[in-house]
Design a protein around this ligand. Structure first.
Ligand code: ADP
Length: 473
């Protein structure tokens, strides 16, 4: 059964209640025992007091002989002491031992017999024996009191140490358990925090729990993973809809790209029809060859368009940067011409391949071209260069000579919905899509710009390794 954090808190609370109850009971028992010991101590005190009283009358009897009043009092104290000794037999035996108790009892009885109810003055020998027995009895009772006090002190010390150890041990265990739980909780929450932080960076990575505990945090992680998967899907849909929107934007250029070869085909076919009789076999073959070339040019543009609009975002394959750029140019070349933009490219043939999705990367450059064209309404220059960095990554620089980006906007241009364009002209999604696609390729995109000095987008992509060919993600 999964143990949720709520269950753990309830269990902890119940365990604490049980512990506090047991501790209180133990404490109560100790106090009762202590109370009994105090009662016995009191009784020992009473016994000593009685013996001291007897000794006072013993002294008077020795000095003044037996007087009636003294005899009555003496008899009374002797009687009280006798019954104390009997009723306290167990307590005295426990403190002093049974032998010493019997010895004490015997001494008392001898003492009682000697001092008894004699009518005559006591002789010297008896007096000496009575005094010796009397002081033995006093010493014995004082010894009892000392021992009893020691026992009570020991009980008190035991109670204090027991409480300290029990409460200390409990606090230690609770603190240890709390720290352990808090540590694992914080570790898992940190995973969520880190994953959450990577979302605005366009990295939709799910959280892998090492050992799922099926508690509230696991539910949170499951919910987070579900959200990430849906965001990823939405991002793919967004890229796809942007691709279709781009086709709309470049329709006239694309139509031109198809129209050109169609016009050429039409002209060549007309020429062929009109001069069919007069043309030599070689000329006819050349014209038919032209028609075939123009047909494949037109079908190439259509194929490019179909490929680009296809939703194949998940296919990553080995591709070259120049393929990406030429695929993009197939869609935007005409628009560049119309906007009087000169394009220079410098992509070395020796540039290592990259692993990626051709059409998504084409979308990246279409967005960069669109923004560059918007930044150069009166025409200008775009240069695309590529090289290999020291760390092995491929660096593509896309530079325009447009109005540039204001320093205060630089930090925000990759944010979704950030736009400086008027309503209806900009959605603020172009660069955030660029960012998302490049991140998906484990790459990095940055911008350098000074207002009025044009903008330069720098894209870093990892070069492909031999074992990464045609892998689907
Ligand atoms: P949109 O083009 O719809 O505004 P983007 O995300 O593509 O959205 O661009 C965001 C903003 O970045 C643009 O509004 C513009 O201010 C700025 N920007 C992007 N590319 C350039 C560029 N090449 N030159 C100048 N500003 C640019």
């Amino acid at each position: 059964m999964p143990v949720t954090i709520r269950t753990k808190i309830i269990l902890g609370f119940v365990a604490s209640l049980i512990f506090v109850s047991v501790l209180s009971m133990a404490f109560g028992l100790n106090i009762m025992t202590l109370k009994n010991k105090m009662v016995v101590l009191d009784q020992f005190h009473g016994l000593l007091d009685n013996i001291l009283e007897i000794r006072r009358y013993e002294k008077n009897t020795i000095l003044y002989g037996y007087q009636d009043k003294i005899v009555v009092e003496l008899q009374d104290y002797l009687h009280r002491t006798q019954s104390d000794i009997t009723s306290l037999s167990d307590s005295i035996s426990m403190v002093a031992g049974i032998d010493r108790y019997n010895d004490f009892k015997k001494k008392f009885e001898t003492y009682k017999a000697l001092i008894g109810t004699g009518k005559n003055r006591l002789d010297t020998a008896k007096v000496a024996q009575i005094r010796s027995l009397g002081s033995d009895m006093v010493a014995f009772c004082e010894g009892l009191l000392v021992k009893k006090r020691e026992r009570i002190n020991r009980s008190l010390e035991y109670m204090v140490s027991f409480s300290i150890i029990a409460v200390g041990g409990f606090i230690f265990c609770v603190a240890g358990l709390f720290l352990f739980e808090a540590k694992s909780l914080l570790k898992r929450l940190k995973q969520v925090t880190l994953a959450t932080k990577s979302i605005p960076k366009g990295q939709f990575k799910t959280i892998m729990e090492e050992a799922p505990k099926h508690d509230e945090i696991s539910q949170l992680i499951a919910g987070f993973n579900q959200m990430v998967r849906e965001l990823d899907e939405k991002q793919e849909q967004l890229v796809q809809s942007r691709k279709l929107a781009s086709i709309g934007t470049f329709t006239s250029g694309i139509a031109h790209e198809i129209n050109n070869p169609l016009n050429n085909i039409s002209l060549t076919a007309d020429g062929l029809l009109e001069g069919f009789e007069d043309l030599s076999g070689t000329e006819t073959r050349e014209m038919i060859h032209d028609i075939i070339t123009q047909t494949s040019r037109a079908s190439g543009v259509v194929k490019n368009l179909l490929d680009f609009s296809r939703s194949d975002q998940t296919v990553m394959s080995r591709i070259s940067v120049s393929d990406v750029i030429s695929g993009t140019l197939g869609l935007v070349r005409n628009q560049l011409m119309v906007n009087r933009i000169r394009l220079t490219t410098d992509i070395p043939e020796t540039l290592p391949a990259i692993r990626g999705n051709l059409h998504n990367l084409e979308q990246v450059f279409i967005n960069l071209f669109s923004n560059a064209m918007a930044a150069m309404p009166a025409g200008g220059d775009i240069s695309i260069t590529a090289d290999v960095q020291e760390d092995g990554r491929i660096r593509i620089r896309f530079k325009d000579s447009g109005q540039g980006i204001a320093p205060e906007n630089l930090a925000q241009i990759f944010d979704p919905f950030f736009t400086t364009k008027s309503v209806g002209r900009g959605t603020g999604l172009g660069l955030s899509i660029v960012y998302g696609i490049i991140k998906k390729h484990d790459g990095h995109v940055a911008v350098e710009s000074d207002k009025g000095q044009g903008a330069c987008f720098i894209i870093l992509l990892p070069a492909v390794t031999d074992d990464q060919e045609n892998v689907s993600i």
